[in-house]
Write a protein that binds this ligand. Sequence first.
Ligand code: GTP
Length: 596
Amino acid sequence: IPIERIRNFSIIAHIDHGKSTLADRLLEITGAVSAREMREQYLDRLELERERGITIKAQAVRLYYQRENGEVYQLNLIDTPGHVDFTYEVSRALAACEGALLVVDASQGVEAQTLANVYLALENNLEIIPVINKIDLPQADIEKTKREIEEIIGLSTEDALLVSAKFGIGIKEVLEAIINKIPSPKGKREAPLRALVFDSWYDPYLGVVVLVRVVDGKIYPGQKIKFLSTGKVYEITKVGVFAPEAATLDCLFAGEVGFIAAGIKEVREAKIGDTITEANACVEPLPGFKEVKPVVFAGIFPVDNDDFENLKEAIEKLWLNDPAFSYELETSAALGFGFRCGFQGLLHMEIVQERLEREFKLNLISTAPSVKYKIRLKNKKEIEIENPAHWPDPALIEEVLEPYIRAEIYTPREYIGSLIKLCEEKRGIQKEIKYLTPDRVVLVYELPFSEIVLDFYDKLKSYSRGYASLDYQFIGYRAGDLVKMDILINKQPVDTLSLIVHRDKAYYRGRELTSKLKEVIPRQLFEVVIQAAIGNKVIARERIPPLRKDVLAKCYGGDVTRKKKLLEKQKEGKKRLKAIGHVEIPQEAFLAVLKI
Ligand code: GTP
């Protein structure tokens, strides 16, 4: 197919506005998937995506569409995730496209990630086609949605498409608009090969599989290629596309999107954002991707220490598919060997842990998430800390700085009051309240990021019945009165339960945490004392009474010394257990810290 008849596009939207459903309809109408094979959210391949009903990984599929005049077009669709934690996936996908369908739910209007994704699309110079979805819903308000798109985003809605992805209304018009409005790719087929790596993963049969957008030239089996950043040379063994199942091809040409395999064994050698060229060519690298820095950190440990090597291998493989998390070795007195991992947010953290457990059959414990703090020491040195276990002696600390974000909360007017209250509880500083339209408002707040990490997102949703949405950016570090709170179990500090809290909230959190731990730690044969402490000062205490084995049951009557002896013996048994620190702490205990 000539390059003029290729269209590369993406679907962007706020979460749940219907991207994946629209993708389903496009697969159906182009015949890529027959009605019999069709299942909902076809492109969400990960088990986890299907269960949660969200898209986590971007997907690229090739569709063929025949116009009424007989011309056949090749459409490469890249479905992207909508949640703020996965923005990096969206930006990578957009780099492989010339246009984007902007899906807006007609019953919800413009939301935070609608805008955030539009900005990403504009940064990539994409043609944006507004698609107003869910017009079948009785609450759908098409005029209002149009007004919001015009006023908030500044996009003309004269040609906005009216669609019900669920009921297949307006789908053909979407395909025509893709062809008429989105430009064809610009690349030169005769030029030397340049291809952008925008995703990769490990396949047990093929080795590393790399998803590429061919910018110039062509790529085919037998060709010798080079990764520009490493200089490593490989011979291509396979090229192909997803249509939507994997299909092998003879060649991928400039302008096309597809996958390649080249017997790459080392997961680190196919870096996302890298440029692939012919082995002996000398070309300019393509602009790669901004490196994304993790912002939330937590320890991940195998429940069974023998699984450490397996965990290591699993993490390396998963990292290839998701370079937005980071990892380094960590040892804990309580949990043994594991990894300190960094994530884009809490959902990202949950997803990574679940993928490790499912895709690699591991049983893991993760510790409470933490942000990265900067600490100025009295000796004028500055250190960065994202693991509470490394917190320095308070006597050495001059000042603690914590990361702040500027949050934009989009909400219908009626929830302003409760959302302001929420932001205030979270130590927020109000900056602005903007009316976008008479009943759509943006609250702008500066907030400590650590407060967002815990449960801000869930609270935001519950305070606004699901209507408010959030977008944020980092704005730097500011001083805060932060302290390290240790959790001691029978006087032993459990390193992985420590956390950093604001002094004003320490008592409250300490009490909540100790009482939660009391609930989740099972009773043992001896007394268990749970304490929360700042330095040497205990601020909360709970006690789990022992399961007392009734050693006296069999000697009613009898003499007192025998009773005493038995009791003495039992006490010793208890002591020994205590001394070994034999308290069994279940995973829930670690999660409890998260959930407070
Ligand atoms: P993420 O992948 O999580 O970012 O969400 P998404 O934008 O892909 O949304 P998805 O396609 O999963 O749709 C979200 C929900 O809206 C699902 O329950 C769909 O069935 C529903 N939905 C999608 N399109 C329509 C529509 O046109 N009308 C109605 N009534 N419901 C729709």
